[in-house]
Design a protein around this ligand. Structure first.
Ligand SMILES: NC(=O)c1ccc[n+]([C@@H]2O[C@H](COP(=O)([O-])OP(=O)(O)OC[C@H]3O[C@@H](n4cnc5c(N)ncnc54)[C@H](OP(=O)(O)O)[C@@H]3O)[C@@H](O)[C@H]2O)c1
Length: 258
């Protein structure tokens, strides 16, 4: 297999679109998510359309040893991963103290632990080869606290920080890390997070345009890709001017389901 990209969360939304872009460049793929049937459908489509090889590894990345199991499967198949897309993630709506702890823990496992561990496992071999590109799907949620989705926003703040820190450590090794930071996107995320009706997704953009922006930024080796120009301006130039308590109220109002 050549120029292999491993994508977590490839069965829908942004991950699926990243897979299509990677395949369109004639690059091979390892697709990971829980829904094997969706991954197999995508494998058939991409292999037929782009004459590439696609391997499907169904995996629940909320399980504690999932990252190690995934890495071991890839090694057993003698696949060299050159592009790592840590994209799988999910949100969860509600006041922190009222939310089920098991769900918060699983979210941290998926959004933080799996992403961090996969990076830790795949990075050394990328450094040895002097080539590797990692795209971590974070969120604009990573730039502010997020009442009503507090743990989700905090996990994405981790991803934004982690991505930049490691990027600096390996910048002379031929490796780049990029954090893709979308605002609201039309995917299955809204439903999975229990946020239907919050109003936040009225301005949602397409998963295809979001993935395109992220893929391009990854290829250029950019640190951060905020997928929407207005949000980019607001986060960099307006947000820092606002008092923290005002921001907290604004974010809570935006997210609250009325
Ligand atoms: N949509 C937005 O508004 C938005 C905004 C900013 C950032 N993001 C981020 O974008 C990323 C992709 O989300 P999306 O918007 O494309 O939503 P999505 O359509 O719900 O896709 C989520 C993907 O993650 C996979 N996944 C979920 N739980 C998993 C698990 N336990 N193990 C393995 N895979 C799992 C899902 O596949 P299975 O269900 O088959 O496992 C699916 O392929 C996430 O990190 C999300 O936080 C989304």
């Amino acid at each position: 297999m050549n120029n292999v990209g491993l994508i977590t969360g490839a069965s829908s939304g942004i991950g699926l679109e990243l897979a299509k872009i990677h395949a369109s460049k004639g690059r091979d793929l390892v697709l990971v998510a829980r829904r094997e049937d969706e991954l197999l459908k995508l494998k058939t489509e991409l292999e037929l359309t782009h004459n590439i090889q696609v391997v499907v590894i169904p995996m629940d990345l909320m399980k504690e040893n999932a990252a190690h199991e995934l890495f071991a499967s890839v090694k057993n198949l003698k696949i060299e991963v050159e592009y790592l897309f840590n994209n799988a993630g999910l949100g969860g709506y509600g006041k922190f103290h009222l939310r089920d702890w098991k769900k918060e823990r699983e979210m941290i496992q998926l959004n933080i632990i799996a992403l961090t561990e996969l990076t830790h496992l795949f990075l050394p071999e990328m450094i040895k080869r002097k080539f590797g590109k990692i795209l971590n799907t974070a969120s604009t949620a990573g730039f502010m606290p997020g009442p009503m989705q507090t743990v989700y926003f905090a996990t994405k703040a981790f991803v934004v920080s982690f991505t930049q820190g490691v990027a600096q450590e390996v910048c002379n090794e031929g490796i780049t890390l990029t954090a893709l930071c979308p605002g609201p996107v039309q995917t299955e995320f809204e439903k999975a997070a229990g946020m239907e009706g919050s109003g936040l997704f009225k301005s949602a953009v397409s998963a295809e345009s979001t993935a395109r922006k992220g893929y391009k930024a990854m290829e250029k080796g950019k640190l951060i890709a905020i997928s929407n120009n207005t949000l980019n301006f607001a986060i960099n130039w307006i947000l820092p001017l606002f008092p923290r308590k005002i921001i907290l109220k604004m974010v809570q109002n935006l997210q609250t389901i009325k």
